[in-house]
Ligand binder design. Structure first.
Ligand code: SF4
Ligand code: SF4
Length: 377
């Protein structure tokens, strides 16, 4: 497979109105020193010995660039768990991709960060599990993680990487949101992404321990709105609100198979990170097919493109080009049908029941956290 995109595929995509993807998420590994209870990695984690080799990723990065991808998000698990991370960043930059490292910081040393800078790494996204040792280490399931992360944040600032702080907030740490915003400023971040936990992957089995109350969800929106005004010109705030408490769903992936794709550690290509939870979908692998063939012709990508697949009430809804019927994985998880209206939507027959369940989850004060597992060797 050479990387150049065949003319017939390009023409076919144009004829069918399929745009080229803007971004690719490369899940380099599912290994991670942390074990966050809301990790979006699948319940069945890819084994280390099934991970793509360096040369595979290098080829895939070139294929992505040929396909039209502009931004490459290097993620995991913890991407720093890959010994070849610097080599991979070098290859991605040589392919002309903008490179963003999404990391917990654990596994990065000052020397390694400098090597990444020399390799051309463009941007870092650092995750924050809590704003103090007690919270961060308990949520991340890793003693000493917070202290180490603060050290890494200082090195990132010193080197001068553009930084985004990623704060996943939930019932147990939402009261720390104002402090997280202050910390982003102190770290010299240009952006903070505040995401109220989304219930995929491991978060699904932790709904009773993580679900915010409706009041907390509303307070989070107020804190973000206030900070956006107060910090205009200093800090950009991206915000993913509490899903189950909303009346309309999120426009998942900006539309299925339109803006981005994920490559799992073993090379399976997914329309979104949770797509493997839809049992009817079959995924192609970069070891068998070129990325452009998969993007334009892959069955998983074409399953929910456009709106022909939609059922009522989405099919005749005037919001369908705004939210695309919500999240297919959430429809699968909550309605048992990936083509159903996302039950978060007020027009879904399951909406009232979902909101009642959210309130029940949020009131379970004795719920214990189940931390994410680790992949087998
Ligand atoms: S969410 Fe936590 S456990 Fe999952 S990859 Fe990120 S840091 Fe690791
Ligand atoms: S009915 Fe479907 S398209 Fe309309 S708002 Fe709800 S999820 Fe979106």
């Amino acid at each position: 497979m050479d990387g150049a995109i065949p003319e017939d595929l390009r023409a076919e995509g144009k004829r069918l109105g399929i745009p080229a993807p803007i971004a690719m998420l490369a899940e380099l590994t599912h290994r991670c020193p942390l074990s966050c209870p809301y990790c979006s990695n699948p319940m069945e984690l890819a084994r280390k010995n099934s991970e793509l080799e360096t040369a595979d990723w290098v080829r895939v990065f070139q294929e992505a660039a040929d396909l039209g991808v502009l931004q490459l998000h290097l993620s995991g698990g913890e991407p720093a768990s890959r010994r070849d991370l610097v080599e991979l960043v070098t290859a991605a930059r040589e392919a002309g991709l903008y490179t963003n490292l999404i990391t917990s910081g654990i596994g990065l040393t000052e020397r390694r960060l400098k090597e990444l800078e020399e390799a051309g790494l463009d941007h870092v996204q650092l995750s924050l599990q809590g704003t103090d040792t007690e919270m961060a280490d308990r949520i991340g399931g890793y003693a000493g993680g917070y202290k180490r992360k603060m050290l890494v944040a200082a090195w990132i600032k010193e080197i001068g990487f553009p930084l985004t702080l990623n704060a996943v907030v939930h019932r147990q740490n939402l009261h720390q949101l104002p402090r997280a915003i202050d910390m982003a400023l102190e770290m010299g971040a240009r952006r903070i992404e505040v995401a109220v936990v989304q219930f995929h992957g491991w978060a699904m089995i932790n709904r009773d321990a993580l679900m915010p109350t409706k009041e907390q969800a509303e307070e989070a929106s107020r804190v973000v709105a206030d900070a956006r005004v107060r910090l205009k010109g200093q800090l950009v705030l991206d915000y993913v609100p509490a899903d189950y408490h909303n009346d309309y769903p999120k426009p998942c992936m900006g539309g299925w198979g339109t803006t981005g794709l994920n490559v799992a550690p073993d090379g399976e290509v997914l329309p979104c990170h949770a797509a493997q939870t839809i049992p009817s979908l079959k995924f192609d692998n970069v070891c068998d097919k070129g990325l452009s063939e998969i993007w334009y012709r892959g069955a998983a990508f074409n399953s929910y493109r456009g709106d022909d697949w939609m059922q009522e009430p989405c099919r005749s809804c005037d919001r369908k080009k705004m939210d695309f019927g919500g999240c297919r994985c959430q429809a699968m998880a909550l309605a048992g049908d990936p083509a159903a209206t996302d039950p978060v939507c007020i027009k879904s027959p399951l909406h009232a029941e979902l909101q009642a369940r959210a309130a029940t989850f949020a009131s379970n004060d004795s719920a214990e956290l189940t931390h994410r597992g680790q992949p087998e060797a």
